[in-house]
Ligand binder design. Structure first.
Ligand code: COA
Length: 172
């Protein structure tokens, strides 16, 4: 991937139809199992757009064109998840997907992660580390995080989805 083509812009209410359509795509929905209906998507994402939820959601832009989604949040803002991952304070979580399947497997996810962690996550001075918890069977995701500098720390079981996940972490 040529440098400088990836960008981010905050998710807006007018993006929610597109986001819903992306979440129905097989290669995304396999790993993003929540928010199946448009009403679910609105209920989940609109509070942050309106400033009532501290999670930051972004569209990923490739040469200005929306091609994916990435979000970040403070793990401590989600006490139930914080108890499961046990990473302490000042740690941000990150989740992403590339919506265009034909763009996957070409290094783009790795480039998105590198840029997002540098430009967005660690732009917050109080954030000491960034973590994610890809499904333990999601080899492409785990590998993309590792190529972006994250290290696999341990596996954990998340009772909310009943799945095993790999905790990956990148310290500032
Ligand atoms: C996960 C995702 C963001 C990664 O982005 P990407 O552009 O496909 O990733 P990259 O091309 O940068 O890297 C993928 C790596 O995984 C490898 N890989 C692919 N399938 C794999 C598998 N089943 N097991 C192990 N490694 C695999 C690729 O070979 C590549 O590694 P390499 O460069 O060393 O060969 C993207 O695939 C995606 O959006 N998938 C669907 C949604 C999703 O899984 N989101 C993540 C939720 S945590």
């Amino acid at each position: 991937m040529k440098a400088g083509r990836v960008g981010f812009r905050p998710l807006e209410a007018s993006d929610l139809r597109l986001l819903h359509e992306w979440l129905q795509r097989e290669h995304v929905g396999r790993w993003w199992t929540e928010h199946r209906t448009y009403a679910d998507v609105v209920a989940h994402y609109r509070p942050a757009i309106e400033g009532r939820d501290p999670t930051d959601h972004y569209l990923v832009l490739l040469d200005g064109r929306p091609i994916g989604f990435v979000e970040t949040y403070l793990v401590s803002d989600h006490p139930e998840y914080a108890r499961v991952v046990r990473v302490g304070d000042g740690v941000a979580g990150v989740d992403l997907f590339v919506a265009e399947e034909e763009l996957t497997g070409k290094g783009l996810g790795t480039e998105v992660l590198r840029a997002f962690v540098c430009d967005v996550v660690f732009a917050e001075p109080a954030t000491i580390a960034c973590v994610a918890g890809p499904d333990a069977r999601n080899g492409a995701s785990i590998r993309a995080f590792e190529k972006a500098g994250f290290q696999a720390v341990r596996e954990f079981h998340d009772p909310t989805d009943g799945r095993d996940h790999v905790l990956v972490r990148l310290d500032r």
